[in-house]
Design a protein around this ligand. Structure first.
Ligand SMILES: Nc1ncnc2c1ncn2[C@@H]1O[C@H](COP(=O)(O)OP(=O)(O)OP(=O)(O)O)[C@@H](O)[C@H]1O
Length: 682
């Protein structure tokens, strides 16, 4: 951060001290703005694609199938018949050993979580190709060596090494999408049903709980409202959640896989961290809050009814599975086609719940790795070719991961940078004039006070969170209740940011109390909008107080002040130059005569000439500095204009929101009145 110097000796009156304050303030604003801009730069990165070729398995061996997938030695290249594809990595069947998959593909994503980056690992492939085995989400083969168990161990190892500097909070959620319905695999209120008459294992949701909703927050983040989020502290607790959810997942037997996953499953680990700032100080001014999510996705396999031998219920499932995968294929096509992307073609995320939930992972705020699982058997050649084509297209998808920092801590970071800049300026000046130091001290005090206010607010929010946790524990002391409330609390939290309620579950809502659901939705909405309004008011207040600082200095007066200063300096420079020229001529005349007296006079003049030269140089520097200040002023005017526009925009948003709050309340009131009327009539 560069600092520009202002000559302190120039500012002696109160008015001038104010001017100096203005100069410094403008200067700091620019530096801070620049830093903020560079801090939000996004990192573009492509979706990485790896192919995992499993060995021939029992049935395939019995049918004497042949290997039809070849790996080009030493290259991540796969050949199938006349087709050849290059990927980021190829594992198995004489490509890189599968054991290297975690280190190469997933470990960097786990590391990224600690820097605040979201990540997704997505296993895709035909039914029976080894997705569940690869992910380790099946409580059977691959349960130890799979990517999810390895990711969990790596996560806890890293936390162990960082726990003295950073405070961590971990949560997991586990959901499945079965026949276009989002189901909570960790819901303590639903029971695990063993084998049903149609041979299906899975969860039965207890009616009464509002269905899980997919929501999009005002800044485009996709969240799940109503899903259980379990707080975990140890690897064992996290592994228990994975196991519990995996057992609840819908599976069934088909001709191609006797334990085929009939749903898309998403296991999500949320890592929240509070990085302690200055360990020597007691306040939390330097704290930074980061939150990142790791989605581990085990998709249901694409299948052909003819080959899986499915009929009835299993056939219907297959249709839904293929529909979801088709929607995913369309999203991948839209994102992977450079021409379409440049033309800004529509990406059909809303065509299925799967694509809606993976919106951030494909083309959004996430680092994503896709593992395409394939069978090497020649009887599966056609499906394998399809998977390879699908995966090849996914390599062109560009994501834009960003560090997920809490807005409050970003604000603190900005303030801190501003403070550092001022402190550096103070140091650079060493024993600057007392007026200047006083002005800087006042500014620092103001910044510190604002920072402390923000810290206090942050503490209040955090302690409220803790208080809610405690009251839940005290009132019930029942694990299942805690789990449920954890979910409700977090769903409330996520709804707080939500701005729209698209794609609410409309499917099978038998037995759900419509009135309770409506009231629930109304409360969530009002809560969310109130919070949004509060946020807007806060932002407005903040922007207006920033504006006051700009407004405190009359632009015209400042311009005149600096203009006059430049003119005065010009005059002074000219006068000194004239004096110098006069002396030079005198010296030349004197050098013609060489008696002792004249020599003395000549030395005296030369000395004076030197001092004039340095005065001229000094004046030039002062003039340059004043010109610089004028330029900064120009920039500050632009910044003030931008701030004014932002204020107008926030005000317009506020009016709109107030209107929406009224409208929603009125709608709900009308609905309730008509409901009561109906009840009375009944
Ligand atoms: N790398 C591997 N090594 C040995 N066996 C494997 C491997 N991958 C998968 N298998 C075996 O192949 C069978 C099918 O695997 P898995 O259930 O993981 O497939 P899937 O793609 O998840 O299928 P579906 O989509 O039907 O759920 C299982 O019996 C599993 O043990």
């Amino acid at each position: 951060m560069g600092c520009f110097a202002v000559n302190a000796k120039e500012h002696t009156t109160h008015k001038e001290a104010e001017m100096l304050f203005a100069e410094i303030y403008f200067h700091c604003c620019f530096n801070v703005m620049e830093t903020a801009a560079s801090a939000t730069t996004m990192e573009d990165c492509c979706v990485k694609v790896a192919v995992h070729i499993r060995p021939l398995i029992g049935d395939e061996k019995l049918q004497a199938c042949k290997d039809c997938v070849a790996v080009v030695p030493g290259k991540p290249q796969v050949q199938l018949g006349t087709h050849s594809f290059t990927f980021d990595h190829v594992y198995g069947s004489t490509g890189t050993p599968s054991s290297a998959m975690f280190e190469e593909c997933v470990s960097p994503l786990v590391d990224g979580l600690f820097q605040g980056y979201n990540a997704t690992v997505l296993a895709y492939g035909q039914t029976g190709s080894g997705k569940t085995y690869t992910m380790g989400s099946g409580c059977k083969d691959g349960a130890q060596t799979g990517l999810i168990p390895q990711a969990m161990s790596a996560l806890f190892n890293k936390i162990e090494s960082l726990k003295h500097q950073i405070e961590f909070q971990l949560h997991v959620s586990f959901i499945e999408i079965l026949k276009e319905e989002v189901r909570d695999l960790l819901d303590p209120n639903s029971s695990n049903k063993s084998e049903s008459p149609n041979g299906q294992n899975g969860k039965v949701n207890i009616p009464g709980k509002p269905p899980i909703q997919i929501r999009e927050t005002s800044n485009g983040v996709i969240t799940l409202a109503g899903s259980t989020e379990c707080g975990v502290q140890t690897l064992k607790e996290m592994a228990d959640c994975l196991e519990h959810g995996s057992l609840s997942r819908a599976t069934g037997s088909t001709n191609m896989n006797n334990q085929s996953s009939r749903s898309h499953a998403i296991f999500t680990i949320t890592v929240e961290q509070i990085r302690k700032g200055d360990s020597n100080s007691n306040d939390s001014m330097g704290d930074e809050y980061l939150c990142a999510k790791l989605h581990l996705v085990d998709l249901a396999g694409s299948e052909r009814a003819k080959r899986t031998g499915s009929d009835g219920m299993r056939f219907k499932e297959g249709v839904h599975i293929n529909k979801g995968l088709l929607a995913l294929g369309n999203v991948i096509s839209a994102l992977g086609d450079e021409k379409k992307r440049k033309e800004g073609a529509h990406v059909p995320y809303r065509d299925s719940k799967l694509t809606r939930l993976l919106q951030d992972s494909l083309g959004g705020n996430s680092r994503t790795v896709m593992i395409a699982c394939v069978s090497p058997a020649d009887i599966n050649a056609e499906e394998t070719l399809n998977t390879l084509k699908y995966a090849n297209r996914a390599r062109n998808i560009q994501n834009k991961p960003v560090v997920n920092r809490d807005p409050m801590s970003s604000e603190m970071l900005k303030m801190r940078q501003q403070l550092e800049c001022l402190q550096a300026e103070l140091c650079a000046r060493g024993g600057g004039s007392s007026v200047e130091l006083q002005v800087l001290r006042e500014r620092i005090a103001w910044l510190e006070a604002t920072n402390q206010d923000l810290c206090r607010e942050l503490h209040v929010y955090r302690s409220r969170g803790i208080a809610i946790d405690h009251s839940e524990m005290d009132t019930k002391g029942d694990d299942s209740f805690c789990l449920e409330n954890e979910g409700i609390k977090r769903s409330l939290q996520s709804s707080v940011d939500s701005s729209d309620y698209q794609m609410s579950e409309s499917g099978d809502s038998t037995g759900i109390d419509e009135e309770a659901a409506k009231e629930w939705e109304h409360t969530l909405l009002q809560d969310s909008m109130d919070k949004e309004l509060h946020e807007l008011n806060k932002r407005l207040e903040q922007k207006e107080s920033e504006m006051k600082l700009f407004g405190g200095f009359d632009t015209m007066t400042l311009k005149q002040h600096f203009g006059k200063k430049i003119m005065e300096l010009e005059d002074e420079k000219r006068a000194v130059q004239k004096e110098r020229d006069r002396l030079q001529t005198e010296i030349e005349n004197l050098s013609a005569t060489s008696d002792g007296q004249t020599q003395k006079l000549q030395d005296l003049h030369s000395h004076k000439l030197k001092s004039l030269e340095s005065q001229i140089l000094d004046l030039k520097k002062k003039k340059d500095s004043q010109v610089q200040i004028m330029k900064q002023k120009q920039k500050s005017d632009e910044a003030a204009k931008k701030l004014q526009d932002e204020i107008q925009f926030i005000k317009a948003q506020k009016v709109q929101l107030q209107h929406r709050i009224k409208q929603e309340a009125e709608q709900f009131r009308q609905w309730k009145a008509s409901r009561e009327k109906e009840l009375l009539q009944a």
